[in-house]
Design a protein around this ligand. Structure first.
Ligand SMILES: Cc1cc2nc3c(=O)[nH]c(=O)nc-3n(C[C@H](O)[C@H](O)[C@H](O)COP(=O)(O)OP(=O)(O)OC[C@H]3O[C@@H](n4cnc5c(N)ncnc54)[C@H](O)[C@@H]3O)c2cc1C
Length: 151
């Protein structure tokens, strides 16, 4: 039987991400949105706290955390500001997580007898509607470089 209870470590990461969102993201989200400001300072802070690339293994400079912990971070960051960065980050993470869930369940992950295969389809569509991942990347790229590659 799989336990869906969060471990102490996961709760700690969730709490840290929650406090980070309350302290660093929410107070500036509205102004950033209104001013169409891409907040590089906030990106640096996300990196500083270890939230960027956190599923990358430690060997390559990440934190090597599991997908569940990653989802907890994504949930809190997304709660703070559902901008292009958050949307891209959260939806691509959900696809990777659902894809891994299929792998972990083997054949049972593929057949429609169980809901696992449905989770992937549900996650996949979030990278399409409300701005596809490619369009989010173009928006982020434009904000970071000032070059508009949309046309
Ligand atoms: C279940 C579901 C619900 C939806 N609900 C709504 C809704 O409520 N309201 C609404 O308005 N729309 C809705 N849509 C439509 C959705 O927003 C579009 O499907 C989405 O924006 C992609 O547009 P498209 O299908 O025309 O693909 P296209 O624009 O033809 O894009 C096809 C592919 O090309 C890529 N692409 C396109 N342009 C570029 C570019 N310049 N550079 C790089 N790659 C590019 C895209 O990322 C995509 O991968 C929904 C779609 C689905 C599947």
């Amino acid at each position: 039987m799989i336990s869906f209870e969060l471990t102490d470590e996961q709760r700690l990461v969730q709490q840290t991400a929650r406090e980070f969102a309350d302290r660093e993201i929410i107070p500036r989200a509205r102004a950033n949105d209104r001013n169409e400001h891409f907040d590089l300072e906030l990106v640096a802070k996300l990196a500083e706290v270890g939230f960027l690339g956190s599923i990358v293994s430690e060997e390559y400079g990440g934190r090597g955390i599991d997908y569940r912990t990653y989802a907890l971070i994504v949930e809190e960051v997304g709660r703070g500001d559902s901008s292009s960065v958050a949307k891209l980050f959260a939806t691509e993470a959900s696809v990777r997580s659902a894809n891994s869930a299929i792998q972990v369940h083997g054949g049972a992950g593929y057949v429609d007898e169980y809901p696992v295969e449905r989770y992937l389809r549900d996650a996949r569509v979030t990278t399409l509607y409300e701005g596809t991942s490619q369009i989010q990347k173009l928006i982020i790229g434009r904000a970071v470089t000032g070059v508009n590659a949309m046309t």
